[in-house]
Design a binder for this molecule. Structure first.
Ligand SMILES: C[S@@+](CC[C@H](N)C(=O)[O-])C[C@H]1O[C@@H](n2cnc3c(N)ncnc32)[C@H](O)[C@@H]1O
Length: 286
């Protein structure tokens, strides 16, 4: 067999990778009746709120399982262990990754966490999970904001919560900004503004840490499959996109914004995967 010929193991892995998104779609559509029954009139009154409720119904089952992924946990855990001081997490969902904040290595380093989670249907679980890991919302150690990462949503929410007070003096209020698998759901056409805002909100020497899936832009089969799935994926998966471009935007804006940028594929990526996971650490200059 020629060295370039795929082995049967590779073919099986590749087929399984193509099927994996279909399983997630199936789980999401199976949760649709449950979401509908919990609020039958919501789709008529507020379709956007119903989509949030649908995703929250899916994520309450899926989030805790996905947060245990043995391939992803070491990367995510190591990012969270870098977090310190006042932290902003973008898109924390129901807080299934929060346990990593308080790993022994990080104990005492995190003073307070602000979670910008636009899906308010997840907030109850988010606050309960924060309390469970010792970031008690009642003691001001966790604040949940009903906001997305895009500046038009995040900045007013920070003002409303009293975290930003005065635009001229308020650049730099967070020591760490972190996001895990959430920027795929943020508006991709605002990624440059999101990155600039993240940079502005960090204190000098602060770090932006991310674990995200982004577009596979090299394998034609993965690209075609992502394009096809893209017709239904955002609808069923809480506005998630398979053509995320956070890595590219950060790399392109890198030298302009960051003192240091380190982005790499995870070991999970074998060239053909539709979901290409990347890990990034960006440091703002002092
Ligand atoms: C796949 S879930 C990941 C949740 C969590 N980070 C985790 O890993 O368990 C994606 C999250 O991004 C949130 N999200 C959606 N739109 C967003 C936006 N514009 N900015 C930030 N987060 C957003 C969703 O509500 C959801 O909670």
């Amino acid at each position: 067999m020629s060295p370039t010929m795929p082995t049967s193991d590779t073919l099986t892995a590749r087929i399984l990778d193509l099927i994996a998104p279909l399983q997630l779609l199936l789980i999401s559509f199976l949760a649709l009746p449950r979401a509908f029954l919990s609020a039958p009139f919501l789709p008529l009154n507020d379709l956007k709120a119903f989509r949030s409720l649908w995703f929250a119904t899916v994520w309450k089952d899926l989030g805790p399982q996905m947060a245990l992924s043995p391939e992803q946990t070491p990367y995510i855990s190591s990012l969270f262990s870098r977090a310190h001081g006042t932290v902003l997490e973008l898109g924390p969902g129901s807080g299934d990754q929060m346990r990593h904040f308080l790993r022994p290595v990080n104990e005492g380093n995190v003073a307070r966490v602000v979670g910008a989670e636009p899906n308010v249907a997840l907030h109850e679980r988010l606050l309960a999970n924060a309390k469970a890991v010792g970031l008690d919302p009642a003691r001001g150690r966790y604040i949940a904001l009903p906001a997305g990462a895009e500046p038009g949503s995040l900045i007013p929410a920070l003002y409303k919560a009293g975290l930003l007070v005065n635009t001229s003096s308020d650049s730099g209020i967070f020591d760490t900004i972190i996001c895990v698998k959430s920027m795929c759901s943020a508006p991709q056409d605002q990624m440059e503004q999101i990155c600039t805002t993240i940079h502005t909100l960090l204190k000098p020497g602060g770090e932006f840490l991310f674990f995200e899936h982004v577009a596979n832009d090299t394998d034609w089969l993965a690209m075609a499959w992502a394009w096809l799935l893209g017709w239904v994926w955002p609808l069923a998966m809480g506005n998630c996109h398979l053509n995320g471009r956070m890595d590219r935007v950060v790399e392109e804006m890198g030298p302009e914004l960051w003192e240091n940028v380190d982005i790499g594929n995870t070991k999970q990526f074998r060239g053909w995967n539709v979901l290409r996971y990347v890990v990034g650490v960006c440091r703002k200059g002092d």
